[in-house]
Ligand binder design. Sequence first.
Ligand code: ADP
Ligand code: TRP
Length: 322
Amino acid sequence: MATARYLSGIQPSGLLHLGNYFGAIRNHIAHQDNALYFIADYHALTSTRDPAVLRANVHDVALTYLALGLDPERATLFRQSDVPEVTELTWLLMTTTGMGLLERAHSYKDKVARGISPTMGLFSYPVLMAADILAYDSDVVPVGKDQVQHLEMTRDMAASFNAIYGEVFKLPKFILGTPEPVPGIDGEKMSKSYDNTLPIFAQGKALKKLVMSIKTDSTPMEDPKDPNTCNVFKLYSLFADAPALAEMKANYAGGNYGYGHAKLALLEQIKAHFADAHARRAELMQTPELVEEVLAAGAERARAKAREVLDRARAACGLDPA
Ligand code: ADP
Ligand code: TRP
């Protein structure tokens, strides 16, 4: 049986953080064979308006993936905008997608509620995302929980198109890295847009300062503490093995163990977990042209597949010579 094709995208809209890592990237690194991972720069245009910042962010996402162990021989890593076929596919999908479906999107409604004046790009964001997925006949899309609705919409859009034109698109499944969103230092969902992140590649004093500022309750040092409601413990449990976790639980239950102690233990776990990746990243930073070569080679492979699917969709609609 052919290997299932994994595909996912990540927006280059700032430094990648532990929420991105445990929610999505860790699964991307775990499922590499026959996989496609891309940097969603077309999507980032809905929020990033500075070309120099966008270019730098795209490069940084590529560097992050390679440092974390993405092997460009096994997986295809590319820039979304290097495959313009997805924008044509977006149009085809738009003609069969109901406005009502898009009007129900949480991410769109949340942004409007936060006072962002919406563009057509922001409104149609989920259609571009569906095209990203359908263009490569993807089987499995590893994402964080906040993207689940977009995946359901993708399946709806594929089904509507197929109902009219026949079995053109494969309906993808998704997998989650963590059952719930990873909390940020303020206890809300960790997100680049909330300024509450622990960046994957934060180091030294800057990292320590962030970890020490994680929000906790005011239970006195001597008293027992509840691990289940504690942000430090939630983050610690993403890194620690079973014995370390059991020890931390016992410390919380026993009292005379402060949140400061737990934060220092978390800090050590973070440092140890990313030590190798830090070293690889430093090495890759010496050869930026290598990173660009990886993206160019990835684009070529991705584009060939997208062309095939787009031609299939065009023919189904009658956009080919009689
Ligand atoms: P952000 O909210 O920081 O802008 P993105 O929307 O770019 O993050 O998300 C990239 C990937 O990381 C998506 O698959 C998303 O679901 C996942 N992700 C983002 N934040 C979290 C989080 N706090 N917990 C789990 N997964 C997350
Ligand atoms: N919308 C996703 C996010 O913000 C990024 C993304 C774009 C994506 N296209 C995709 C994720 C296709 C999975 C598949 O995280």
